[in-house]
Write a protein that binds this ligand. Sequence first.
Ligand code: 2RA
Length: 340
Amino acid sequence: MGYKVAVVGATGNVGREMLNILAERQFPVDEICALASRKSLGSEVSFGDKTLKTKDLDTFDFTGWDIALFAVGSDATKIYAPKAAKAGCVVIDNSSLYRYDADVPLIVPEVNADAITGYTKKNIIANPNCSTAQMVVALKPLHDRARIKRVVVSTYQSVSGAGKAGIDELWDQTKSIYNPVDNKPPTKFTKQIAFNVIPHIDVFMEDGSTKEEWKMVVETKKIVDKDIKVTATCVRVPVFVGHAESINIEFEEFLDEDEAREILREAPGVMVIDKREDGGYVTPTECVGDFATFISRIRQDGTIENGLNLWCVSDNLRKGAALNAVQIAETLGQRCLKKG
Ligand code: 2RA
């Protein structure tokens, strides 16, 4: 006995990855349905070796469906997630709409799977922001060993985090650098992204940080530990897929770099590639399509008493979104929605 699973936003980057990963991980599906907006009606998407035709989200009845993986923006989620939840279908939402709701668990299964039982309040579970997900997978095992006081993180986020439009803009700008006739002004990003980096993702907040940076702070506290201090600088870089992060950690007590490396080698969801030699580290282009959160450049930070630096890379469409959502569905099935 399997589950009746709907993927909402099936034609977007994340929605397509959700379908790919459900098939790759052989999630126990009795019936699968790809939902999209009316304008995408009838589009074809892959589910393993099958081809699905998208159905109309607006008229879809979620009654009798077990799980709905949502990969649409907050506006559409606001309309359709409560409808699905009310019909008895558990919503796993990739938008930011419910992440900060005290009645909705925000889950990274390797970190806080036990919190998933809180889904019953609204029948909704939230997926974290992509830049948060990979970071907390690395932080949690170290925090369990030597309690983290403070995290300073700089991100190098790929353009796919901004959707298909982000990918298209980098592609078009890169081409037009070599063929000026195609030169178009930036639209998706505020400045040129080709051969450039932009220290601005999402909107600016009152204190001068951006909402992307605020998300990393608030979500890390909700997922790992409310007492951890986090400061973030989130930067868009000319990479198609794969977010990278430079993470500086201050602990309550000293943690030796070799011990930290061994802890991370054993940690769920982590792959350590860390040799102090040419190529002894991971880069975004090497993480694409993989499930792991890669950790490199693990080294002491001698400028503070109990400091450590590390480099963290992961496929933002997978662990940063679709994979984490499918892992939440797996955890939900194993712990809460047992079948047959
Ligand atoms: C980004 N984290 O990278 C945001 C949303 N996916 O654009």
